[in-house]
Design a protein around this ligand. Structure first.
Ligand code: FEO
Length: 390
């Protein structure tokens, strides 16, 4: 396996994880990459590493350019183990290499994961180091996606090594976004943002502003493709996702036992559509929650329905709400619905969960006992129509 040249003296030396299908509950059905970058200068520098099982793949790529032992400097932009997992192996092979990491959280994180080392060098926002012909400048981006995150900018090359920000979970032999259809890469970035970054929207907006202020010709994230010709597209997308509330669109999520809640869900979907609102329906028996999050990211209304099973909502719907609450999108209009037999607790439980997400309840709970009549379904249509007509 060979390194991939990005610029004269700058190489991708990461690893491709073709098989990963679940990243902490985020279904990564297109795999991912762990990107590490090698800079050949007076000081030979490695930016980030890869997940531990992929260490040899990274080392083989580095060795295709230079003996690993010659690495003088390592930049650890992020402690999470998909990027730092091979750091112990590098420290073993390059015992004299200096490891720059954010302060205080990068140093704390690396110490907690791999033990204390006098090779950890705290890098504060605004600090810079010289590699010889090039310099590297550090900017903290806390909570994108852990407290320790930072980005590294090389002004001489106009490259931003952005770590998790602007990444995508896409396993591919290609390295640049220009080598795949743009919509594929942007969809990957959207899924990644929705499932990893959405809860840190304020921090994402701050990071976006930092990048906007830099002269950048290449954004090299830690997952997926490197941005070259479409930097404005990904920056515009981050600006929209992080700072603008969706103005329209509806997401309807439900599970059903005997199709009654399903009839309600279908009616709600049709009613939104008839009122001119694009609607996206998800049966939790057939969809994973992480696949719904990109729709949550860009749609205004969220309707969630479940029948009552043993005094509870369906476990699939509970899992969706748990994941949704963690990602905490803001300013959504929501309501709960469901059919029930006797207790009917599920609908109130859903409404409570949605309230705890901080959303605005735009319709009272819609509850129907047993099988909805056509008249009751027409009533649902009317409620949605009035809601959109307001
Ligand atoms: Fe790709 Fe937060 O690690």
């Amino acid at each position: 396996m060979k390194a991939v040249k990005l610029r004269e003296g700058i190489y991708w030396v990461g690893a491709i994880d073709w098989s990963i299908r679940n990243f902490h509950g985020y279904i990564t059905d297109q795999g991912t990459t762990y990107n590490a970058y090698l800079i050949i200068d007076e000081k030979i520098t490695l930016i980030d590493t890869v997940k531990a099982p992929f260490a040899e793949e990274m080392l083989e790529r580095i060795r295709s350019i230079v003996p690993v032992e010659k690495i003088d400097v390592v930049i650890s932009n992020h402690v999470e183990m998909d990027h730092s997992g091979s750091l112990p192996r590098i420290m073993e092979l390059c015992p004299n290499a200096s490891i720059y990491t954010s302060t205080p959280n990068g140093v704390k994180g690396l110490t907690a994961h791999y033990g204390a080392s006098d090779k950890y060098i705290p890098a504060a926002s605004g600090d810079q180091i010289s590699l010889g012909k090039r310099t590297l400048h550090f900017t903290g981006t806390p909570m994108l996606h852990w407290p320790d995150n930072m980005v590294t900018y090389c002004p001489e090359e106009k490259i931003l090594f952005s770590n998790d920000a602007f990444g995508q979970h896409l396993a591919t032999t290609e390295r640049l976004e220009t080598q795949l259809p743009l919509h594929t890469v942007l969809e990957g970035a959207k899924g990644y943002y929705a499932n990893i970054i959405m809860c840190y929207g304020r921090q994402a907006a701050a990071a976006w502003k930092v990048v906007k202020g830099l002269d950048v010709e290449m954004i090299a994230p830690s997952h997926g493709l490197v941005w070259t010709d479409h930097i404005s597209d990904i920056l515009d997308a981050y600006e929209t996702w992080s700072s603008k509330d969706p103005e329209t669109g509806a997401v309807i999520v439900y599970d059903s036992m005997w199709h009654s809640t399903e009839k309600m869900a279908l009616t709600i979907t049709d009613a939104f559509k008839a009122a001119g609102v694009e609607a996206h329906l998800f049966d939790m028996k057939a969809n994973d929650w992480s696949k719904i999050m990109p729709f949550v990211l860009t749609n205004k209304y969220i309707a969630v329905g479940s029948p009552t099973l043993n005094n509870q909502m369906m476990p699939t719907v509970a899992a969706f709400l748990c994941y949704l609450k963690g990602l905490s999108p803001k300013n959504r209009e929501v309501f709960a619905f469901g059919s029930y037999g006797w207790g009917g607790q599920s609908i109130g439980q859903i409404a409570k969960e949605l309230e705890e997400c901080g959303f605005h309840k735009c319709l009272d709970d819609i509850r129907i006992q047993y099988i909805p009549s056509q008249e009751q379904l027409d009533g649902i249509t009317q409620k949605v129509t009035e809601l959109i007509g307001k």
